[in-house]
Write a protein that binds this ligand. Sequence first.
Ligand SMILES: NC(=O)c1ccc[n+]([C@@H]2O[C@H](COP(=O)([O-])OP(=O)(O)OC[C@H]3O[C@@H](n4cnc5c(N)ncnc54)[C@H](O)[C@@H]3O)[C@@H](O)[C@H]2O)c1
Length: 420
Amino acid sequence: MTKEIINIGVIGLGIRGRFLMNTLLEIDNANIFALCDPIGERLEQAATDVVSKTGKKPLIFADFNELLSVKEIDAVLVCTTWITHCKIAIAAMKAGKHVGMEVGGAASIEECWQLVRVTEETGKKFMLLENCCYADNELALFNMERKGLFGELIHLQGGYEHDLREEIVLGKENKHGRLYNFLNRNGDLYPTHQLGPIAKMLRINRGNRFLMLTSMASKSRGLHEWILENKGKDYYLANKTFEQGDIVTTMIKCAHGETVLLLHGVSLPRPYSRDGRIQGTKGIWLEDGNTIYLHGISPYNIQTCHEDPHQWENFDNYRKTYRHPLWLEYEKKGIKEGHGGIDYLVLSAFADCIIKDIEPPIDVYDTAVWMSITCLSEQSVAMGSMPVPVPDFTSGSWINRPELKPSKYSLDEVHEDLFI
Ligand SMILES: NC(=O)c1ccc[n+]([C@@H]2O[C@H](COP(=O)([O-])OP(=O)(O)OC[C@H]3O[C@@H](n4cnc5c(N)ncnc54)[C@H](O)[C@@H]3O)[C@@H](O)[C@H]2O)c1
């Protein structure tokens, strides 16, 4: 692509879509050309945001197919609901648009394959907008791992643990998509925030792959209790059974023997955490507690003059020392709003791959396998935690894929030379 400005259509203007759209307005190469949502009020609010910031009125549509028929549009952001993302992304690529797709889990393996095949057939850029891959903490840890500080990776853990009871239960009133998933499904419904950075660290799809998983779901009580406490016994959902277990635990085995533990729990009272753990032959980092221990680096016990494996260190100094150059540069330019600045970075990465015509840092193979964990975990839970195989969406090429062009936004390597 030789264009310097990308005309973008934003599809889905709930809280997330509207927020991302506003973040996109901060990106120099992006022009909001059109908006789409079947809810007229949301469409009008978002259009007003664009007019007030740019003075230009975007085209507006209730039907995404109409937006896709606008030939001036180069790319779309898909920010709808979990079960509509893939369908819209596929239609968009078939209509000749590049796609940045919001996160969520897959409903079926078939839709993941369709996403892969249509991306391959159309040659369009497809990127999952997994913003957590660009978090300050995650990128500092990635930088440390690539410098070998954890040694050989053995076990990684992550969670989506968050009190979302109100948002889920009030789904009908607030026209929000999560509710119907929690009523009907049971598995790790939202794995990518934690799994994305883990998969990148493990070089999944580039020399490594997920082989199989097993999932177990706890009983479901949190949403029911919240309803009784906050809405009363006459509320329309008071006697409904939520199929989704309060805590779903998934274990994944990788081709080179590493294990991954994922936790999903959003229906019990608790503070937010992605519950990270990185453990290798030379050390361990734990998100909760903000602690680290590195063999040969963490302080010696001054009494015994030996390493003291019982003593954790605070992670803060490591985060400063090993901060990713992308964040050092970003801080100098001024960090933008949006989940601590990560939304701007992920959208910049998307715009960058279109403008420079390079592979997206989170490509369709990453997307397919990260999203597939949801429906595979549902299958495993349904079969009493039976192990289920994880498909290889690269069709074998994970063993020897061509190297990517260096990019500041790379999630495969840290290209320090590009920041000088
Ligand atoms: N990356 C992040 O940090 C982050 C944060 C929040 C949400 N999300 C993701 O973003 C997505 C949207 O989240 P939300 O909270 O705004 O959800 P939401 O359910 O409130 O909004 C979705 C919007 O999409 C619209 N929509 C649904 N089907 C459509 C279709 N066929 N065509 C056009 N519009 C359609 C709905 O009318 C609604 O306005 C979800 O997938 C969510 O998982 C990501």
